[in-house]
Design a binder for this molecule. Structure first.
Ligand SMILES: *[C@@H]1O[C@H](CO)[C@@H](O)[C@H](O)[C@H]1NC(C)=O
Length: 358
């Protein structure tokens, strides 16, 4: 689909080389209703979140070690904080995923964003592992009070396997099931912030752009979604002892990139949470949920330099590209978008806790 905007951008750079090229893959502009792009500005701030420093196993049946979830305040500040910390991205089915890639600059002012990680359906991933909260069998660990840690998962994105990526992924995620991505670097190799247990890997820190090509087929009861979390959340317990804070005091960062809240709804909304509070796409604004057979491409750009997060629908994306000039990233960040300022100490009444518990 080519909107006037896309056509004019295309004509601007036909034949252009190197720096200065701008995207030719933006979709028709819509700033309300079914959005083409949503941009969070003023994302970072100074504050603190409650970092998990230990999980004590407890004893069944009371699990009454007090506290069993040991935390300490961690002060953070600066552009994008805490979304400049290493993040993971979670998908909940029903979804069919064709491609995922992550691009990063070597520093916030670099002229080039290089492919850090990628995967295409039925191909081996590059610097990307798929994990789920199913530890305790072939990989990861389980405790009676703390539940399952993360584990590496097999081709169904659900069953724990001993080593990462030992099976091929078709990209089919069953209704209600969840899987998340990490880099191939384990916490045992060093560099993971906060507490981790079982099988634990690092996410993507600093500026990053993650791009998904996917569908969310209808299902009578399930609520497919894509969201990003501070990677510390899943390294402790995604549905238990973690630093998430759900937008209240202490939150270490969550962004719902495209989340359906009603079964079979055509709408996938966005919400952002940190120690500052929460805000989002609001009533009546949403990304169109891509139905079976009509894959959508959605980029989430986390930019330290401009302290912004842009969620941008693309008409397509060449996932084989090894690098992108900053001007393309600027084109995504500057795409006509619904603008949402994430002001300091913004507070919304909390939505009902909608995540599936394990
Ligand atoms: C940022 O990265 C670029 C490209 O790698 C490099 O040339 C530049 O010196 C770096 N700047 C800083 C401040 O590290």
């Amino acid at each position: 689909m080519f909107a006037p905007l896309a056509v004019s951008l295309t004509s601007l750079f036909v034949g252009a080389q190197a720096s200065g090229i701008v995207p030719d893959n933006l979709v028709a502009t819509s700033l309300s209703g079914a959005l083409s792009a949503l941009k969070y500005t003023g994302v970072g701030g100074s504050g603190s979140y409650n970092q998990v420093t230990n999980m004590l196993p407890g004893e069944f049946p009371t699990c009454s070690v007090n506290p069993s979830c040991v935390t300490a305040p961690k002060a953070v500040s600066g552009n994008l904080a805490p979304f400049d910390e290493d993040m993971t991205f979670v998908m909940r089915g029903p979804m069919q995923v064709n491609n995922i890639a992550v691009y990063q600059p070597s520093n916030s002012s670099a002229a080039t964003w290089k492919k850090a990680s990628s995967w295409a359906a039925n191909q081996p991933p590059e610097n990307m592992v798929f994990m789920a909260n199913v530890g305790g069998g072939a990989s990861g660990e389980w405790s009676i009070c703390g539940g399952s840690s993360q584990a590496y998962v097999g081709g169904d994105w659900q069953t724990a396997v001993a080593t990462p990526n030992e099976q091929t992924y078709s990209g089919s995620l069953a209704a209600g099931k969840e899987v998340n991505i990490m880099t191939a670097t384990t916490c045992a190799d060093g560099g993971c912030d906060g507490f981790s247990r079982g099988t634990a890997n690092q996410g993507w820190a600093g500026s990053k752009m993650v791009i998904f090509e996917f569908t969310m087929p209808d299902d009578a009861t399930s609520l497919p979604a894509i969201w990003g979390l501070n990677a510390q959340v899943v390294r402790a317990a995604q549905y238990g002892c973690n630093c998430r804070g759900v937008g209240g005091d202490g939150g270490c960062g969550e962004i719902d990139i495209a989340e359906t809240l009603v079964a079979n709804s055509v709408q996938a909304v966005s919400e952002i949470y940190s120690f500052k509070g929460a805000t989002g796409s609001g009533d009546g604004n949403y990304f169109a949920r891509p139905a079976a057979g009509a894959a959508a491409t959605l980029a989430a750009v986390f930019d330290v330099k401009t302290d912004a997060i842009a969620l941008v629908r693309l008409s397509g994306f060449d996932f084989t590209q090894a690098q992108l000039p900053r001007s393309i990233v600027d084109g995504y960040l500057g795409a006509p978008a619904m603008q949402v300022a994430f002001g300091g100490n913004k507070r919304r009444s909390a939505r009902p806790f909608h995540r599936r518990h394990h």
